[in-house]
Design a protein. Structure first.
Length: 131
């Protein structure tokens, strides 16, 4: 499936503007492309009980899964606070859980240039337990 990753990043940028990050002041937006061709976006949402905070990547992925999607092809991540905003460990494992036969591509941006890497660059030994 061909998809314009600049468009995916644009949606991640738009999502970052909706971030609720009063504690860290670190806004993040993410957009995920599913195998059906649909795109879902999310932002980080903080809580004063910090363990209840959700990252933008998981927010977008969980939106996709809650709509019936099961495989993610690509994830674009953007923060106005940092170039090349990479996913945390929890988000990497969640991405791995919903990776299909084709490895997920992780898209970040540095100085208006898209950087595209494979999920295995971030999580070489992810695991799935399916019964």
């Amino acid at each position: 499936m061909e998809y314009d990753y600049k468009q995916l990043m644009s949606k991640a940028k738009e999502a970052s503007s909706k971030s609720y990050s009063p504690f860290s002041k670190f806004a993040v937006g993410a957009s995920v492309l599913t195998c059906s061709g649909k795109v879902y976006s999310g932002c980080n949402i903080e809580n004063s009980s910090f363990g209840m905070t959700i990252c933008a990547e998981r927010c977008a992925i969980f939106k996709a899964i809650s709509e019936g999607e099961k495989e993610i092809l690509a994830v674009a991540i953007y923060s106005p606070n940092e170039d090349d905003c990479y996913p945390c460990g929890a988000c990497r494992q969640v991405m791995y859980e919903f990776q299909g036969e084709k490895e997920i591509e992780v898209i970040t941006e540095e100085k208006d240039k898209l950087n595209i890497k494979k999920l295995s660059d971030f999580l070489p030994y992810g695991f799935k337990i399916h019964g």
